[in-house]
Design a protein around this ligand. Structure first.
Ligand code: HEM
Length: 500
């Protein structure tokens, strides 16, 4: 147990003291990073009675690798599943028990195959080109902007493409589904201690109910329309269908035919689960990616040497014509070029190391005992298992110069002191219940960097007296949504790039 355990208050005082050394808005991961320092074998319990069950903090690849074997069988705790189910108007892949989850995961996996994602890359590039247009407008206006809201419109449109198989056009016009996702995420609450105002706000149950009605109306209408289209489509058209929603509907129709039931009507239970799953894709896929876009831009904007190397790689692979039309036509003709960008990938990985937007949480069980680095086993029955990526990714035992942005770690050969240790980097988690969208997220992030970092210069525009974490104003802040987001939406000034 950490030091300063009080019979009455568990570790709350200890936690509170460390938390007060950070800005009030800073993500909880920073507090845990500090709290974990004395526990050099990487596992320790914290007792936050009366607010929560005790927690076992995982801050070592040894235990995280052991835990991943159970990741599909172990449930998330009720106080995580409950708000997630409210958010999604029912249970989704993220909250389902293993047997149900497996059926949906198997159904959705083909939409994330490398073949389909490679085919989808030009469409994603097209969405990024709209983001570029928006940035050009901002350059003209010369205004300071918050980048995260703009980036999240892009990431919503990209998730929309893979989910519904069509553009949501949220970058150009407000899309009602996207607006409802953002609103519902603001009105759920995971923790009454961290978010008392959201939890206790009397409007919250009404807003949750109202947003769920909007989801059923708007997503329900898309489901009905796509159902009619899939039913009417020919076999060859069906073969081309690869987005999540039409693929699931096609599966439903072919199952109904095989079972001799009518494929003319959608079973209400299936429709409702489909809607909840479409919502979880939007929720899980948009803020995580927009946060990473902002933090990649920040890491490059504040490290000109790394920015120059990234730009040189893009010139070498895509040529020196930086127009979006040229890049888009190259991606169309040869999407495989996206796999020839080792430095760009290193920048993205290093950004996700320092700024992982989400953590992992599971309810322990009597048969799961996790080993720390000394081999000692920690029982988990009645305990929440909390893998804090923010702490693990900055743990000095595994990462030399843990708080410094060094993309070269990802190019270092085995034996080099910078070479990463297996299992110490897990922003998308590992195991069968890892992030289904990670390959799409990486394609999107690469396209954003290729299409914007040579055309624009970004300058962080925080105020002098804005808060800092580890000397950095662009830290990850706690959020009422699902993950963490850049502090103050990442304010920047954007200019046309001044390149030698
Ligand atoms: C940088 C971007 C992203 C990060 C860092 C990220 C991270 C993660 C992590 C850590 C998990 C595992 C959560 C757990 O089980 O505890 C997860 C699950 C998930 N992610 Fe992502 N994600 C990203 C982008 C996306 C995108 C683009 C999509 C959708 C297109 C997506 C959809 C999902 C879904 C549906 C799950 C649940 C998977 C399951 O339970 O089988 N994510 N993500």
């Amino acid at each position: 147990m950490p030091v300063n355990h009080s019979f009455l208050w568990g570790h709350l005082q200890n936690l509170g003291e460390i938390q007060r050394s950070f800005p009030a808005t800073a993500g909880i991961g920073y507090t845990v990073t500090e709290l974990a320092k004395p526990f050099t074998n990487g596992l320790f319990y914290i007792d936050t009675w009366p607010f929560s069950d005790p927690m076992l903090v995982v801050n070592t690849p040894t235990a995280a690798n052991a835990l991943q074997k159970y990741s599909s069988a172990l449930l998330k705790p009720d106080d995580v599943n409950g708000p997630l189910n409210t958010l999604c108007a029912g249970s989704s892949m993220m909250t389902m028990p293993e047997d149900q989850w497996k059926q949906w995961r198997l159904l959705f996996n083909p939409s994330f195959s490398i073949t389909y994602l490679t085919e989808l890359a030009p469409t994603v590039a097209n969405e990024v080109s709209i983001f570029c247009e928006k940035l050009r407008d901002i350059v003209k206006k010369g205004k300071r902007i918050e980048l995260e809201p703009l980036a999240s419109r892009l990431t919503i449109d990209v998730v929309g493409r893979i989910s519904f198989g069509e553009s949501m056009n949220h970058q150009r016009n407000d899309n009602p589904i996207a607006a409802t996702v953002r609103s519902q995420a603001m009105w759920i609450s995971f923790n009454s201690v961290v978010e008392p105002w959201t939890t206790l706000n009397p409007r919250r149950p009404f807003m949750n109910w109202y947003n769920n009605r909007l989801f059923k109306k708007y997503i329900g209408a898309v489901v009905d329309r796509r159902f009619a289209e899939v039913r009417a489509s020919s076999i060859s058209e069906k073969a081309k269908t690869k987005a999540l929603l039409p693929k699931a509907l096609e599966h439903y129709i072919s199952n109904a035919r095989t079972n001799g039931s009518s494929p003319d009507h959608l079973d209400p239970g299936f429709k409702s689960s489909l809607i909840s799953n479409m919502i979880i894709f939007m929720v899980a896929g948009h803020e995580t990616s927009s946060t990473t876009i902002c933090m990649c831009i920040h890491s490059l904007a504040t490290n000109p040497e790394y920015l120059a190397r990234l730009r040189a790689e893009h010139d070498a692979v895509f040529g020196t014509d930086i127009s979006t039309s040229h890049i888009m036509s190259m991606v169309q003709q040869e999407p495989e070029r996206l796999n020839k960008l080792p430095y760009t990938l290193a920048v993205i990985k290093e950004t996700l190391r320092l700024y992982p937007p989400v953590a992992g949480i599971r309810s322990g069980t009597p048969d799961v005992n996790l080993p720390d680095d000394s081999g000692k086993l920690f029982p988990t029955a009645g305990i929440k298992i909390w893998t804090v990526h923010a702490a693990l990714h900055r743990n000095e035992k595994y990462w030399p110069e843990p708080n410094t942005f060094i993309p070269d770690r990802w190019l270092a050969k085995e034996g080099d002191r910078l070479h990463p240790i297996k299992g110490a980097w897990r922003p998308f988690e590992h195991g069968s219940r890892n992030c289904i969208g990670q390959a799409l997220a990486l394609i999107e992030l690469k396209l954003v960097l290729i299409m914007i970092m040579r055309e624009f210069d970004f300058e962080p525009a925080y105020a002098e007296d804005d808060s800092e974490v580890f000397g950095n104003k662009a830290f990850l802040a706690g959020n009422q949504g699902v993950g963490e987001v850049p502090y103050k939406g990442y304010p920047v000034r954007v200019k046309t790039a001044n390149r030698p």
